[in-house]
Design a protein around this ligand. Structure first.
Ligand SMILES: [Cu+2]
Length: 114
């Protein structure tokens, strides 16, 4: 069962709190990220030691944020322009920080696991 989240907090300034874009479904942690002219939210705090999926949504995304990489995990995805793509991240140890970028390194996001 999926917890549906409302993306209404986008500029609340709270973007490093474990927050509204992190949910749980079927024992997995789901981090929701939007990719369009960058990544939103740019900074996410999630739980460590929990099987995690990064769920990236594109919506007419024709810029290079559709080419998403997480170098530390060897992940590189070319997202469809309008789609929702689940990227398994596995379970991360406490204190892990994962940096994500577009393929050209212009846009960034950070995932912290505590
Ligand atoms: Cu880029």
């Amino acid at each position: 069962m999926l917890l549906k989240l409302n993306p209404s907090d986008s500029n609340s300034g709270n973007n490093s709190t474990q927050g509204t874009n992190v949910s749980s479904a079927d024992g997995k942690q789901i981090i929701e990220l939007k990719a369009k002219a960058g990544y939103s939210p740019a900074s996410v705090v999630a739980l460590a030691n929990k099987d995690t999926i990064l769920r990236v949504t594109t919506d007419s995304t024709f810029d290079c944020s559709s080419s998403l990489t997480i170098p530390k995990l060897g992940i590189r995805k070319n997202l469809q322009p309008t789609a929702t793509t689940d990227i398994p991240l596995g379970s991360q140890t406490p204190g892990t920080k994962l940096a994500g970028t577009c393929a050209m390194g212009m846009y960034n996001f950070n995932l912290s696991f505590n």
